[in-house]
Design a protein around this ligand. Structure first.
Ligand code: A3P
Length: 288
């Protein structure tokens, strides 16, 4: 069972109390979007922190100052979290923010704005693995139990921000035209520079080859892991214990293969396939 003390329930979704409350959700619901706002949207553990690193670099000509001096949660804040109210006025235009919300819960002002969206999807089996370790290191999340038990919770949507399939379906079916760019975590792993170039085009920005090379280098896992403004080492260890599992843990695609038995994989695939069936949504990992 989920501890009432750890989570609040928002339209059926579990949100951790440490970062959300009625006031922050009201702030989210009444948020005044600007047409030049940029929103990175993720289901948790799909590459949010990576986006919080990349977007400011792309928007600021590759200048490392923001990513080396401002913690990721203040640099590109979550729309729905308590922190945003303290930093939103300090964000320079165009403002970059992140959200884990499904499209159907986005506030009305989002739909009437021209705010741009970058949606990042990740193989749900790797999302599950990443989340499993995150639950072990974060004291504000419930004990995940065994991997098999946590898989059941994940498939039932009894985890942060509900079902992965609902999140993906909502945003992949979004009628947002050229306001939305879809990328995957796996594409970032395979060709970071190429995806950064696509993001630049989408954001209407340019960088010289040299600067783009520097940005790419900075955003590699091994380098981001050293950035204390992004690796969550600023968070006290009684809240996030990196000795149990670092936040920037492995940073690879396919770690699920080290965790799933063939039976568990078959069960997982069957549930996900059934929930995605008929939507026309395809991902590269469907072929694995
Ligand atoms: P793993 O636990 O599989 O390592 P989020 O930021 O949405 O919570 O997602 C966290 C996941 O993104 C973690 O996955 C983390 O290591 C990974 N990640 C963050 N920055 C990354 C980078 N530069 N390269 C690869 N993976 C990265």
């Amino acid at each position: 069972m989920v501890s009432q003390e750890l989570y609040l329930c928002y339209h059926g979704l579990l949100l951790p109390n440490i970062a959300h409350n009625e006031e922050s959700l009201n702030f989210f619901e009444t948020f005044k979007f600007r047409d030049d706002d940029i929103l990175a949207v993720t289901y948790p553990k799909s590459g949010t922190t990576w986006m919080q690193e990349m977007i400011p670099l792309l928007l600021n000509g590759g200048d490392l100052t923001p990513v080396e001096s401002v913690p990721n949660w203040d640099r590109v804040p979550w729309l729905e979290e308590t922190r945003i109210a303290h930093v939103v006025d300090k964000l320079s235009s165009p403002r970059a923010m992140v959200t884990h919300m499904p499209l159907n819960l986005m506030p009305p002002a989002f739909f009437s704005s021209k705010a741009k969206v970058i949606y990042i999807a990740r193989n749900p089996k790797d999302v599950l693995v990443s989340s499993y370790y995150f639950h072990q290191m974060a004291s504000f999340l419930d004990d995940p139990g065994t991997f098999e038990e946590f898989t059941d919770k994940f498939l039932a949507g009894q985890v942060l921000f509900g079902k992965w399939t609902e999140h993906v379906k909502s945003w992949k079916n979004a009628d947002l035209g050229d306001r939305i760019l879809y990328i995957t975590y796996e594409e970032l792993i395979q060709d970071l520079r190429g995806v950064l170039q696509r993001m630049l085009g989408f954001l209407g920005r340019e960088l010289s080859d040299d600067v783009l090379n520097q940005v790419t280098e900075h955003c590699l896992f091994k380098n981001m892991k050293q950035n204390k403004m992004s690796n969550y080492s600023l968070v006290p260890s009684d809240i996030m214990d990196s000795n149990k599992s670092p936040f920037l843990r492995k940073g690879i695609a396919g770690d699920w293969k080290n965790h799933f038995s063939p039976e568990l994989e078959a069960k997982f695939n069957a549930v996900i396939r059934e929930e995605i069936e008929g939507t026309g949504i395809r991902f590269p990992w469907d072929e694995e």
